[in-house]
Ligand binder design. Structure first.
Ligand code: FES
Ligand code: FES
Length: 192
């Protein structure tokens, strides 16, 4: 008898548990959009190249079109629908709104999820391909426009809103650093 390709899985999405039967080959993106109605996460290329489908998995960014839903069981999935605090927008969402970090908006949920994780990665001292001094003693690299562009390079914007996107990420990172009492990104205003 051929092995079954279907089963029931339980996903924790934005703090809520959802149990659903799925074909084991279903991607997390299709489970979110087609099975659970969470259409904030967008499908662009469906092959890992555009970043429109970016969500957070245990706080780390992933492209959900390349992630099987079954592999997300037991992990915390955060989508764009879950980043705000009730009526209060996430600081990255607010920065995108304030600084017009979008045009048509199709890439925006992925950009915002990616930016949330990118800011946390930077704050944790993770270097990027644009970091010039990667020695541990060099500390957290300044979050320059080049750093932001590199760290956000997995998220394409067909409208070309990149200048405003970089400014929005810079603003949100600066706010976040201030809140944490850090000064290492205090010079990013106007980074774009
Ligand atoms: S839809 Fe997933 S990377 Fe493009
Ligand atoms: S705002 Fe239109 S694709 Fe980015």
């Amino acid at each position: 008898m051929a092995p079954s390709t279907a089963g029931a899985i339980t996903l924790t999405i934005n703090g809520e548990k959802h149990t659903l039967p799925v074909d084991n080959r279903t991607t997390l993106l299709d489970a979110l959009r087609e099975r659970l109605g969470l259409t904030g996460t967008k499908k662009g290329c469906d092959q890992g190249q555009c970043g429109a489908c970016t969500v957070l998995l245990d706080g780390r960014r992933v492209v959900s079109c390349l992630q099987l839903a079954v592999a997300a069981e037991g992990r915390e999935v955060t989508t764009i629908e879950g980043v705000a605090d009730g009526e209060r927008l996430h600081p990255v969402q607010q920065a995108f709104l304030d600084l017009d970090g979008f045009q048509c908006g199709y890439c925006t949920p992925g950009q915002i999820c990616s930016a949330i994780a990118a800011i946390e990665e930077h704050a944790a001292g993770w270097p990027s391909a644009a970091t010039t001094d990667v020695r541990p003693e060099a500390g957290i690299p300044p979050l320059t426009a080049d750093e932001i562009r590199e760290r956000m390079s997995g998220n394409l914007c067909r409208c070309g809103a990149y200048v405003s996107i970089v400014q929005a990420v810079a603003r949100a990172a600066e706010d976040s650093a201030r809140t944490a009492g850090r000064t290492d990104v205090a010079d990013v205003e106007g980074a774009a």
